[in-house]
Design a protein around this ligand. Structure first.
Ligand code: HPA
Length: 268
């Protein structure tokens, strides 16, 4: 067993306990979900754990109850553009596996590529395109987690998508569905890259999520991916892209986003 993952999991378990559902909160969404009976540990108190440096990301692990389910939640994730190695980026997912997590809900902020989208839309991820050129499973395979060549045909668990659709409908949320494409960042894409992304089948582009999903599928977890379309991608509107816009849209959808997450968790 990977000693680094085990040590982190042991410290988190002792301070915060186990969980059945894992939740990774994306940019601008870190404060959108509150847990009951929350127990928190700062990333800096977890041995050999990375620290999030991206603005809009905190650095806390929280375990508690949400709609009756035991959830562990990352307020702040790690990105490739921060300089983390992919094994750092997916460390928390492997820790979740050791803590007993069966279902991972992964969320992010992304630029809308699909022209029918509007900033503020929530999109259920149906599939992804890894456009970064890296993969967190490169290197010796850790057989304790999964097989060398994991299948990605159903990376975003098809059986769980109706649950999310139903919750969105009950809440009156017009939930979009689409393909998320991972660019490394940190520069936003060019208009030409966005036209390419659309031709290749992307509905949204972002700088996260894909490595965590690959590691989670490798480890046999079920996955739900929810994107907040915080802006239209480069070149679609006649305006520059800014991190401020990403954060502000995240704030605006917080109500819908947290209601959807709470409702989905309750039904898992
Ligand atoms: N591109 C990449 N990542 C993003 C975007 C975008 O337009 N918006 C939020 N995250």
């Amino acid at each position: 067993m990977n000693e680094r993952v085990k040590k982190a999991a042991d410290v988190i378990r002792e301070r915060c306990g186990d969980a059945e559902i894992g939740l990774i909160l994306g940019s601008g969404l870190a404060d959108s979900v509150m847990l009951e009976d929350a127990k928190t540990i700062a990333y800096q108190d977890i041995p050999d754990f990375p620290l999030s440096t991206a603005t809009g990301h905190k650095s806390e692990w929280v375990t508690g109850k949400l709609n009756g389910k035991k959830v562990c939640m990352m307020r702040g994730r790690f990105h490739f553009y921060e300089g983390w190695r992919t094994e750092d980026i997916v460390l928390p997912v492997r820790v979740m596996k050791l803590l007993g997590v069966k279902t991972l809900i992964v969320t992010n902020a992304a630029g809308g590529v699909n022209l029918s989208y509007t900033p503020g839309d929530l999109m259920l991820i149906t599939d992804h395109i890894n456009y970064s050129g890296v993969n967190p499973l490169i290197g010796p395979n850790d057989d304790d987690f999964g097989t060398r060549f994991p299948d990605m045909s159903t990376a975003y668990t098809p059986a769980l998508r109706p649950v999310v659709r139903e919750c969105a409908k009950e809440l009156g949320i017009d939930l979009k569905e689409g393909v998320y494409m991972w660019f490394s960042g940190p520069s936003y894409e060019t208009p030409a890259e966005i036209r390419m992304a659309r031709v290749l089948g992307a509905d949204a582009v972002g700088m996260s999520t894909v490595p965590e999903v690959i590691a989670a599928r490798h480890a046999g977890m079920d996955i739900i991916g929810i994107t907040c379309i915080t802006n239209m991608a480069a070149g679609i509107l006649d305006q520059p892209l800014t991190h401020k816009e990403v954060m502000e849209t995240g704030e605006k959808v917080r109500g819908n986003f947290s209601a959807l997450i709470g409702s989905v968790v309750g039904k898992l």
